[in-house]
Write a protein that binds this ligand. Structure first.
Ligand SMILES: Cc1ncc(COP(=O)(O)O)c(C=O)c1O
Length: 420
């Protein structure tokens, strides 16, 4: 062999020298005990009980905010879907869809209040397909600097295709206005933001941002993944309540979080749906959400549009209020609080990992979020409250945090808030 190692071994070694890989590997090595990533949940029980490494904990790391993953009607719809359609129809929707897909999209559109909805296999694939599909070479794509990774990746594809891509300061309408003004000439612009920033739970000023878009010939594209089913009237998300209509927005929602099913969607006009079907490579060249999940999505739509939704939501809000009140009482810097994502600023990577482990040892799993998911030294402990958490579990988590604060120095509010 003419080379000292095989090409695959060479590739492996090269990747091991990558800066980010070395950074992450450093923490795995340095803190093997408290590096709670890549975990396996061995069992799941009621009230979000899980077993990890044989230890029973309450899971505060699930985006299944309404607890509908445990709802018998949703589970039965999934079973019925298997009986009716099998596990998967195995074809790109560019060729053929099952009837459940059409029904699910109609139900989603009717619930959301848009003319149409197009389902993708995930929100990531919606963003990777729709964003580059919306813009061309003469256009401008402007992205909130903290927008979700899948928006940023969609922007990279758009850029590689020749679209100009600019960024603006997180949640800042004035910054957006300046960016659009300074951009000079463009045919049209698309501004891409999150409806809820998933690491901090912060909601952007949508009305103001949309007004800037209208003033500057820009369409607003909102990834509302974390608001779907949990914010806004009947869980329709942030956009309609804040802006009043969908005249200038494309709204993306998740079917895997509050919906407890699988997939993502774009809510739009019928005309735009037709265009997205032709312009989204992830829709054309990839497979769809499996039919059983489409049946489950229909069942969730029925729950969201029923009177029962408010009862489920009340449990969620009660848990949210209890958690935020308790954490703030401890003097912790709590980000968000309007949504079921509650982030506690923990600062550097070491503190964040250690604090997460101390909670784990007390029987509570929360996510220790460090760079690159958040800026360097701006770690957070991310708590996801669910409607099916027992109130006592939420109170127990607050008490566990109280113990952690005795050993871990949590940073001051303002610098930390600015960093996220
Ligand atoms: C704002 C946002 N967009 C997209 C995603 C990814 O969603 P999916 O798992 O459906 O790809 C997430 C996941 O947390 C998110 O927070």
């Amino acid at each position: 062999m003419p080379y000292p190692m095989t090409p695959l071994a060479h590739l492996t070694q090269t990747l091991q020298q990558n800066g980010l890989v070395k950074f992450l590997a450093h923490f795995v090595k340095e803190y093997p005990e408290c590096h709670l990533k890549d975990l396996t949940m061995e069992t799941m029980g009621p009230g979000r009980q899980v077993q990890i490494h044989g230890k029973t904990l309450i899971n505060f790391g699930s985006d299944s905010f309404l607890g509908l993953d445990q709802d018998p009607r949703v589970q039965e719809a999934l079973h019925e879907g298997i009986r009716k359609w099998g596990t998967h129809n195995g074809t790109s929707r560019a060729f053929a869809s099952v009837e459940a897909n059409i029904r699910a999209e109609e139900k989603l559109a009717s619930w959301l209040g848009t003319e149409a909805v197009l389902i993708y296999p995930s929100v990531t694939l919606a963003n990777l397909g729709a964003i580059p599909g919306l813009v061309g070479k003469p256009d401008l794509l402007v992205v909130d600097q903290h927008a979700h990774n899948s928006i940023q990746e969609g922007a990279r594809i758009a850029k590689a295709n020749g679209t100009r891509v600019l960024f603006f300061e997180n949640c800042d309408p004035m910054g957006l206005s300046k960016t659009l003004e300074q951009a000079g000439k463009y045919r049209l612009a698309v501004v891409a933001i999150d409806g809820v920033y998933s690491m901090s739970g912060v909601i952007p000023p949508l009305k103001e941002i949309n007004q800037v878009c209208l003033n500057r010939n820009a369409v607003l594209y909102v990834d509302d993944a974390h608001a779907t089913a949990v914010l806004g009237t009947q869980g329709r998300g942030t956009v309609l309540d804040a802006v009043g209509n969908y005249d200038n927005t494309l709204v993306v929602g998740s079917l895997s979080k509050g919906f407890s099913c699988l997939g993502g969607f774009v809510g739009c006009t019928g005309e735009m749906k037709t265009l997205l079907k032709m312009r989204s490579n992830t829709y054309i060249f990839g497979g769809p959400v499996g039919p059983p999940y489409l049946e489950a999505i229909c069942a969730v739509c029925d729950i969201l549009t029923s009177g029962e939704y408010l009862l489920i939501l009340e449990n969620l809000r009660r848990n949210q209020r209890e958690l935020v009140y308790g954490l703030k009482n401890l003097g912790l810097n709590v980000l968000g609080g309007e949504t079921p994502i509650v982030s506690i600023v923990s600062g550097d990577e070491t503190n964040t990992l250690k604090a997460g482990k101390m909670l784990f040892d007390q029987g509570y799993y929360v996510q220790s979020v460090i760079f690159p998911a958040v800026p360097y030294h701006s770690g957070v402990l991310r708590v996801q409250v669910n409607a099916n958490h027992e109130l006592a579990a939420v109170q127990g988590l607050v008490q566990a945090f109280a113990k952690v604060t005795r050993d871990i120095p949590f940073p001051d509010l303002e610098p930390a808030r600015q960093a996220i």
